[in-house]
Design a binder for this molecule. Structure first.
Ligand code: AVJ
Length: 313
């Protein structure tokens, strides 16, 4: 975290964008705020993805018959139940491997799932997928095949396309020809709909955004004046992505022990997240760069969101 703060906040060239990685949203409070976001009327992503999964999972599982589900960025694993329910109908020896950067929910989730799904083996892995997959190759090799890797919620959208391809390439390198990747991707659509999802009327997203500063205060002993920052989210049409920023409302001098002090003028911004919105050619390119080909492309009627099944090319 200190290295990311030094590189993204302090050692920034004149005029360059200050930036922090979105993984720092998700302490316990941030994870709860994100759960709240997924229930907001404006935040269509979770609902549309869930409906797609509910509609498609039974057929998908019947044809893939996965022996293991490795879920990247599992979070509270709510959507996982849809897949596990469908898996249980076709195989009883299944293993579930939730992988998440936040340990906050993982153990609780594992315990709950073991109780709900009698006989299900659950092997939680705490890992930062943006670093490297983090799933020990030894663990991957002992899983009953084929393995279904799931990367849902359009979390892929947090990564620039080259980084997304690298990350998926990392997943690909641990796969056999029979394994599959299930990817959830938010699609480009009417800008008003996209922007509303990141500027909800209850201000939950604003709280979620500012939570990153609380995390820095708590983890690093920094003294960000959290209420001195305004939430901003806008769609960049050309780049095809939402950007979330925190804007200093007044001048700030922030002490960050071990890193130095950050001086911000009023109006200066820190970018906290990008959230890419895709079309099929763009996803296709990322997957191809990672060594995959599209085996199935499923969208809702309004083409808001895509569930993609990718196979090793
Ligand atoms: C979890 C990365 C998919 O980009 O929509 C929600 C996070 N940020 N509201 C997204 C988020 C603001 C979310 N992802």
């Amino acid at each position: 975290m200190l290295a990311d703060v030094r590189a993204g906040l302090l050692n920034v060239e004149d005029g360059a964008q200050r930036e922090l990685p979105p993984k720092y949203f998700y302490d316990h409070r941030g994870s709860l705020l994100f759960e709240q976001i997924t229930r907001l009327p404006e935040y269509y992503l979770t609902r549309v993805e869930r409906a797609l999964l509910t509609a498609r999972a039974p057929d998908l599982m019947a044809s893939l018959r996965p022996g293991a589900l490795v879920e990247l960025g599992a979070g509270s694993a709510e959507k996982t139940r849809i897949i596990l329910d469908a898996m249980r109908h076709v195989r009883l020896d299944a293993v579930y491997v939730p992988v998440d950067v936040s340990a906050a929910f993982l153990d609780e989730t594992a315990r709950r799932l073991r109780m709900e799904y009698v006989g299900l083996r659950v092997i939680p892995v705490v890992a930062d997928i943006s670093d490297h997959l983090g799933l020990p190759r030894a663990t991957a090799r002992m899983l009953p095949s084929p393995v279904l890797y799931a990367f849902l919620g359009s979390t892929i959208g947090n990564f620039h396309d080259d980084a997304a391809a690298r990350l998926l390439g990392d997943v690909r390198s641990g796969m056999t020809g029979e394994d599959r990747l299930l990817l959830g991707a938010d699609l480009v659509k009417d800008v008003a709909i996209i922007e509303a999802a990141y500027n909800d009327s209850e201000g939950v997203t604003a709280q979620f955004n500012r939570n990153m500063l609380r995390v820095l205060n708590h983890e690093l002993g920094a003294n960000f004046d959290v209420d001195g920052f305004a939430h901003q989210a806008f769609f960049d049409r050309k780049a095809g992505r939402i950007e979330m920023h925190l804007i200093a409302i007044r001048p700030q001098v922030v002490g960050i022990p071990g890193a130095g002090s950050l001086v911000l003028r009023a109006g200066e911004s820190i970018r906290t997240e990008i959230s890419n919105k895709y079309d099929r050619p763009r996803i296709s390119k990322i997957l191809a760069d990672a060594g995959f080909q599209i085996a199935a492309w499923e969208t809702d009627d309004a083409h808001q969101y895509a569930l993609v099944v990718a196979a090793p090319a």
